[in-house]
Structure formats: structure tokens, C-alpha cells
Design a protein around this ligand. Structure first.
Ligand code: FCB
Length: 456
């Protein structure tokens, strides 16, 4: 314990520079100290789900290498570290019994950060749902929203004396649409438009948790979204682009700002107009329930209509109910196939601030590059540096245009388990030796450290 007061959202004159990780992507130790199984343990064990057939059981072994990670953060010179708490470490079965040893680990993370003058930014749900809850329907079951709020309070009670900056969910679009519609993320279900029921329960879980946390004095409670600019390729694509905007952006932001799901969404998923699903009071609870919005940005969306005879099963699955959709990213693409266009970051931040009126943090931004690793494990990742430099400039333009952005968090500190891509795609500022988990900062680490030092 330190006596340092909790640090919440910075004021408009202060800017937080940070970097991020997520529990399942870095911690490893998936059976240590009473941790229960998560949906990602289950999903990654199935053949064909993860590109290299690997999982997060070791990952960067951060559970056992906290001191090394803290030393890297210290050397990077960041103001903030965004990490996530693994729900199954703290409440192994999702509800009920609390595992003190799991909470002890996060105590050590928080204390280690504060000792180094680094603000902890805690995400409560970065996709590792306890498997026991998935076995009862996961996010399609409304009870999961209540269970999430109970779990959030367990973490709040332990950490809120030292943590003042919280996010409930990370990218619920991925949790709902990739997890329950496209089936390419855990739990790997293909439920079509019913994934929007999962979306509602994620919105509800956020709101239930945020209200209770705030009442308990937790500080500033926000939510992190991968909102996106939607740039239709041609006039004929206006309708599919509206469908993409509905499922990618409006299903999250409209209830937060207006307390409503719009006509298009209710047409795609009639459950959103069903009073047994969206119950009386739900939308009132969700409206106004975020103190800030986290924006994760990597790449713009360029929706288009399919040409004659063309199929795009991936787009159809991830955007159920939007008929005839494809995406046409323009090169240059990063190693994960994502278009690079920093103008979209400026546009997105300005638009999100105008739409929500809330303070924003860029909670993720970074690039997957083909990293050539030298014999001494150094990586001279000039492509990543170019990406970061361009996007940091785009962030500045957004601020000049009036977007109230209070921080920038680079994804990610360490090369780590990149979900369905396994360890094949690297976003890290630090290279990890896959055999030894030895850490070696890349050239981008030095670039970012220098940027942070010069912009304080
Ligand atoms: C985001 C995730 C993060 C990481 C980056 C590359 O969608 O939140 O965990 O995988 O993409």
C-alpha cells in the first residue's frame, strides 16, 4: 500500500502517455493460484481456432515476471499503464467464491506502478469470461451482466483506494460480434443477429457496474470501444455502410448518449425492441453511464457492396443482417492486413467527442509489423515507428480541432498472444523470445520513450 491518492481521469490541461496489455494476452499461468478456466482457454484448445495452434497458457509469463515488466515501464517513462484484470483469476467460477490470491497479484501490479509514479488504468473485461458463465449462456444470458457487476465490485473493493481510472469493457464489439456471430473469437458461437442480444447485455453489464463502482467512490469509470470511421467506397455502398455504422458504432454509443437503439438496429435484431430483452429501465441505466470513452483505433472501414458473383463470408458473419457487404482496404496494409490511414484517427476522435461530449482517451493504437529479429534480439522496426509517428501527429490534429483527448496509450508493451492470430502477429514495443520469454526493447520502444519525454 502506498499513501498516494487515487489518480483519475486527467484534467483538460494534463495529458497521459501510456502503453497497454491485456490479461490473457500476457499473463500466462492460467492454472496458477486458483484461476478458473476462461472461454479463451477453452476456445484456443479447439483445433483450427488459433492460427499457430497456440494459447495463452504461458504467453509472456507476466504473472511471474512482474518486476521485469515494471522495469520496462519505468524505462519507457510512461505516465500510465493500461492492464486488464482476469475475471477468472478473481472469481474463478464467474460468481460466488472470490480467489484472494488472484486479487493479491493485481495488488502487486498496482503498488508496483504507483511506486514508480505510473497511473494504473484498469480494464475489467478484456474478453476472458469465466468458462462457467459461458456454460450458462455467456453474454447471451442476462445473468452475466449482473455477475459482471458483482465481479467489478470485488475488484473495486480491493483496488479503489489506489486506482481511480477504470474501464469496464474492452471492445465489446469484438466480444459480441466476433465471439457470438462470426465465431472467430471465443466462445466461437455463430448465432447471427442474436449477437446483438449479447451486445445489449454487455451495455447493461457496463452500466450496472459503472453505477455501483461510482457509488463506491471508484473514481472515473469509462468504457473502451473500437469505434470506427466508416468510409463507403461508392454511393451504392451507402446502405451497407449504414449497417456497418449501426453495428460497429451506434449500438454502443446511442444507448450511452440517447438511451436508445435506433430503427436500423431494431430491424436487424428485433430482440432489441423486445421488452423481455431490453427491459424497462435498462436504457435509462445505460444512458450517461460513462465518465469517459476509450477509443481503440487501428484502421478505417471501407464498406462496399459485393460485385456480381463475389462472396465475403467473413463480412457477412461479423455484420449479421447487413446483406451484400464487403470491405475494400487500400494498401499499404500492415502485417495483419489492416489499412494504414492516420486521417481516420483525427476524424474519429473529433466525431466521437462531438457525438458524446465526453473526454476521450486513445486506449489502443499500434501496428503489426514483420519484425526482423537480429542475433542480439534487437528489432529495428522502422515501419512501426512510421505508423506511430503518423498517428501521434493525427492525434495532435484532432486536439487542435477541439477533440477533448486526455491521453494516448500505445498497443502494446510486449509482443503477445494476438487472439486468433496466436503469436504470428506482433504489435509490441518489446520483443519476447518465445522460448525464454526474455524481453528486448525494439527501436520503436526508444522512439516512443523519446516522444513521451519530449511531450511532457
Ligand atoms: C484490439 C484488442 C487488443 C489487441 C489489438 C491488436 O482489438 O483490444 O487486445 O489484440 O486489437
Amino acid at each position: 500500500m502506498t499513501s498516494r491518492p487515487p489518480t483519475g481521469l486527467p484534467d483538460a490541461q494534463t495529458f497521459l502517455w501510456g502503453t497497454a496489455t491485456a490479461s490473457y494476452q500476457v499473463e500466462g499461468a492460467t492454472t496458477a493460484d486458483g484461476r478458473g478456466p476462461s472461454i479463451w482457454d477453452t476456445f484456443a484448445a479447439l483445433p483450427g481456432t488459433v492460427r499457430d495452434g497456440k494459447d495463452g497458457s504461458v504467453a509472456c509469463d507476466s504473472y511471474h515476471r512482474l518486476d521485469e515488466d515494471l522495469a520496462l515501464l519505468d524505462r519507457l517513462g510512461v505516465d500510465a499503464y493500461r492492464f486488464s484484470v482476469a475475471w477468472p483469476r478473481v472469481v474463478p467460477q464467474g460468481v460466488g467464491n472470490v480467489e484472494g490470491r488472484g486479487l493479491d497479484y493485481y495488488d502487486r501490479v498496482v503498488d508496483g506502478l504507483l511506486e514508480r509514479g505510473i497511473t494504473p488504468m484498469v480494464t475489467l473485461y478484456h474478453w476472458d469470461l469465466p468458462q462457467a458463465l459461458e456454460s450458462r449462456g455467456g453474454w447471451l444470458n442476462r445473468d452475466t451482466a449482473e455477475a459482471f457487476a458483482d465481479y467489478a465490485m470485488v475488484v473495486t473493493e480491493r483496488l479503489a483506494d489506489r486506482v481511480g481510472l477504470w474501464a469496464t469493457h474492452n471492445e465489446p464489439w469484438c466480444a459480441a460480434l466476433l465471439g457470438y456471430a462470426a465465431g472467430v473469437h471465443a466462445p466461437g458461437r455463430t448465432e447471427g443477429t442474436r449477437a446483438l442480444v449479447a451486445a445489449h447485455h454487455l451495455n447493461l453489464g457496463h452500466a450496472l457496474a459503472a453505477h455501483r463502482m461510482r457509488e463506491a467512490g471508484a473514481g472515473d469509470v469509462g468504457i473502451v470501444h473500437n469505434l470506427n470511421t466508416v468510409w463507403p467506397e461508392r454511393p451504392e455502398a451507402a446502405d451497407v455502410a449504414d449497417g456497418v455504422d449501426a453495428i460497429r458504432n451506434r449500438v454502443w454509443i446511442d444507448p450511452l448518449v440517447d438511451g436508445a437503439y435506433d430503427e436500423r438496429l431494431r430491424a436487424i435484431a428485433p430482440e432489441l425492441a423486445d421488452p423481455d430483452v431490453v427491459r424497462e429501465g435498462d436504457l435509462d441505466l445505460i444512458r450517461g453511464s460513462a465518465d469517459w470513452i476509450g477509443v481503440n483505433y487501428y484502421t478505417p472501414d471501407r464498406p462496399d457492396v459485393l460485385d456480381e458473383g463475389e462472396v465475403d463470408a467473413g463480412a457477412a458473419a461479423a455484420y449479421p443482417g447487413v446483406e451484400g457487404l464487403t470491405f475494400r482496404p487500400r494498401g499499404p496494409l500492415t502485417d495483419i492486413g489492416w489499412e494504414t490511414d492516420d486521417r481516420a484517427l483525427t476524424e474519429l476522435l473529433v466525431a466521437t467527442h462531438e457525438r458524446t461530449g465526453l473526454p476521450l482517451l486513445v486506449t489502443e493504437n499500434g501496428a503489426a509489423c514483420v519484425d526482423a529479429v537480429a542475433d542480439d534480439c534487437r528489432v529495428d522496426d522502422q515501419d512501426r515507428i512510421t505508423y506511430l509517428r503518423d498517428h501521434l501527429a493525427a492525434l495532435e490534429r484532432a486536439r487542435e480541432q477541439g477533440a477533448d483527448v486526455r491521453g494516448y496509450v500505445c498497443w502494446t508493451l510486449l509482443d503477445n498472444f494476438e487472439w486468433a492470430e496466436g503469436y504470428t502477429k506482433t504489435f509490441g514495443l518489446v520483443h519476447i523470445d518465445p522460448e525464454t520469454q526474455d524481453r528486448t526493447p525494439k527501436a520503436s520502444f526508444d522512439f516512443y520513450a523519446d516522444h513521451v519525454a519530449r511531450h511532457r
